[in-house]
Structures are given as structure tokens and as C-alpha cells.
Design a protein around this ligand. Structure first.
Ligand code: T5A
Length: 218
């Protein structure tokens, strides 16, 4: 399988629910815009017409119509395959910065460590879906399952849309968090682990410093 040629910069954000990925991506987007750079900001599941349709299926069907674990895994992989070929790889080939809210590490953490599906199988599936395309840098925002739950509760007071994965039991979210910590430990060259408990501005300062280093290597 030919690996997409890569010239731009590929940044992914990962972490448990409510870790602050969307907040940090918005802040990074603003800082890059001030440098005259316009990143392609995208998300998973989603990012393409097909991906956004798959997102609705995987997130919002609950009860009898909820997807089973095996289908859930394949839906995330299908969304990613479409995303890589239609959006991420072409943007990188065009020299652009791509900032992605979740990518293959989420599948390893949620479906692998969380649901208990074989990590070897997920590794192979991730390689297949991405054609081997890995982020240049990944920021994992680390947050305990308890704090993640608290933030989710506070947010739901203002906006309630039932979310099947977010409302899973706390033990599942603990396993997911530990999965992200393991991914960080195993990929020290690519992954930067940051505490999501710090103030948003301070997290952003660290992230922006590291992104600038990637853009302007000394
Ligand atoms: N999934 C996804 C899988 O299971 N496998 C996969 O392969 C993939 C790709 C995606 C779901 O799909 C799962 C994981 C998810 O369950 P989503 O809606 O995209 O669903 O969910 P999240 O990515 O978790 O997005 P969230 O919006 O829930 O969380 P964010 O983006 O991490 O957090 P954010 O920035 O929206 O902030 C959440 C709240 O926290 C506050 C914010 O104001 C907001 O209220 N906050 C802070 N509070 C204190 N201190 C800080 N530093 C804060 N930063 C933000």
C-alpha cells in the first residue's frame, strides 16, 4: 500500500472526554493565524461528508440501536480511512498544517484499552486505515476520569445531547485514560503528555512553543 507523501505538518490532539482538546485547538488556530498561517482544522470521527455521517451513527444511537463493539471499531476505522485519503494526506502534500481533534491513538485507547479489543489487531487496522500516516506531533491532554466526568456534568447543565461513549461507566473511562498514558510512554518521540488540569492559557503556551519548534527547527 503506497504511503502518502508528506510535506506539511500533522498535529493531533488526544485525551479523555472534556480534556480541553477543542479549547486548545481553537487557541492554537488563533496563534498560528497571527503568524499568517492557516491550518486545516479537522476532527475524528468526521472531517469528511462520510465521516460526519459515521460520527452521528457511532455517537448518538443508544439502547437497542447502539452499535456493538466490533462495529464501533470498524466505523472509526472507516471514518479515518476516508479522512486520510480525502483530506489529511492531500493537505499535507500541499504543504499545509493539519490539526486533528483525535486520530488513531483514540482507537487504541478507547477500543483497545477501553473495550478490550486486541491491541495487535487495532495496530494493524490503524495502519491499514491511515496508510501508515502518523502525526508528526501528538498532544495528549491528561485528565482523570473523575475530573472528566465533572466537566461533562457542568457542560450538560447548559447543553444536553445524549452521547453514548461519554456516558459510559467510569471504569471504562479509567481504562481509556490509562491507555493514553501507556501510548505516551511508548511513543516518547511523537507524543507530548500535558496535564489538562493546568489553566488553558498555560497549556496553550507550552503547546505553541513546541509547534513553533517544529515549524522553525533551529
Ligand atoms: N472515539 C473517537 C473513539 O472511541 N475512538 C476513536 O477512534 C475516535 C476518533 C468523540 C467520541 O468518540 C470517541 C471518543 C469520544 O467519546 P467528541 O464529541 O469529539 O466525541 O468528544 P471529545 O473529543 O471528547 O470532545 P469534548 O468536547 O467532549 O472534549 P474536549 O474537546 O477535549 O474538551 P473541550 O475543549 O470541549 O472542553 C470541555 C469542557 O472543559 C472546559 C471547557 O470550557 C468545556 O466546558 N475546559 C477546561 N476546564 C478547566 N481547565 C481547562 N484547562 C479546561 N479546558 C477546557
Amino acid at each position: 500500500m503506497p504511503r502518502p507523501q508528506k510535506r506539511g505538518l500533522f498535529i493531533s490532539f488526544e485525551g479523555p472526554e472534556c480534556a480541553g482538546k477543542t479549547t486548545q485547538i481553537a487557541m492554537l488556530g488563533e496563534s498560528l493565524a497571527k503568524m499568517g498561517l492557516a491550518p486545516v482544522v479537522t476532527r475524528e470521527p468526521g472531517g469528511t461528508v462520510i465521516g460526519e455521517e459515521l460520527r452521528k451513527i457511532v455517537k448518538h444511537h443508544v439502547g437497542e440501536s447502539a452499535v456493538v463493539d466490533e462495529a464501533e471499531l470498524l466505523i472509526f476505522a472507516a471514518s479515518r480511512a476516508q479522512h486520510v485519503k480525502k483530506l489529511i494526506a492531500p493537505a499535507l502534500d500541499n504543504g499545509q498544517i493539519v490539526v486533528c481533534d483525535r486520530y488513531a491513538d483514540s482507537t487504541t485507547a478507547y477500543q483497545g484499552y477501553g473495550r478490550g479489543i486486541s491491541l495487535d489487531f487495532i495496530l494493524a487496522l490503524n495502519r491499514f486505515a491511515t496508510c501508515g500516516l502518523e502525526p508528526d506531533i501528538t498532544f495528549i491532554l491528561d485528565l482523570s476520569a473523575e475530573e472528566s466526568y465533572e466537566r461533562g456534568q457542568r457542560r450538560q447543565e447548559t447543553l444536553f445531547v445524549e452521547d453514548r461513549i461519554e456516558s459510559a461507566e467510569i471504569g471504562f473511562h479509567r481504562k481509556v485514560r490509562n491507555g493514553f498514558l501507556k501510548i505516551a510512554e511508548e511513543n516518547p518521540g511523537r507524543v507530548q503528555l500535558l496535564s489538562a488540569m493546568d489553566a488553558p492559557e498555560s497549556i496553550h503556551e507550552n503547546i505553541f512553543k513546541m509547534v513553533k519548534k517544529c515549524l522553525l527547527p533551529s
